[in-house]
Design a protein. Sequence first.
Length: 137
Amino acid sequence: MMFKSKIAWWFYALEVLLAGVTVAMVVLAATAREWLLVVVAAGFVSLMGFVMLPMLLNTRYVLEETQLRVVCGFSTWRVPYKNILGVKPNFDPSSSPALSLDRVQVRYSNKDGGNNFLSLSPKEKDKFIEALNARVG
């Protein structure tokens, strides 16, 4: 079962703002014939697109047979259901594979015996929590 990430309006706004500022830098640098700055700004736009676009298009949470698989851009996390300690709604703004602050915190034990957590932002939050809890047992 696959759940897409909810994407908050501010994430889109941040994308547009960063792109706008960078395009303005390119135009101003080109007008002033500052070619090194043009190259740097164009490189920044390319890098931003390379990193942010896959996050927008590819953030998802997959409930597989024995594990939760989280995909965000080029990163993947795998958490076996047997290691999951708890699932609860939260609004934690810390860095995580979530594109919204309307989140679900998944606490789990790691290989070292310590506890860790992932904050996720599935579009169908209640359905995700219910389906994950059913697999965790």
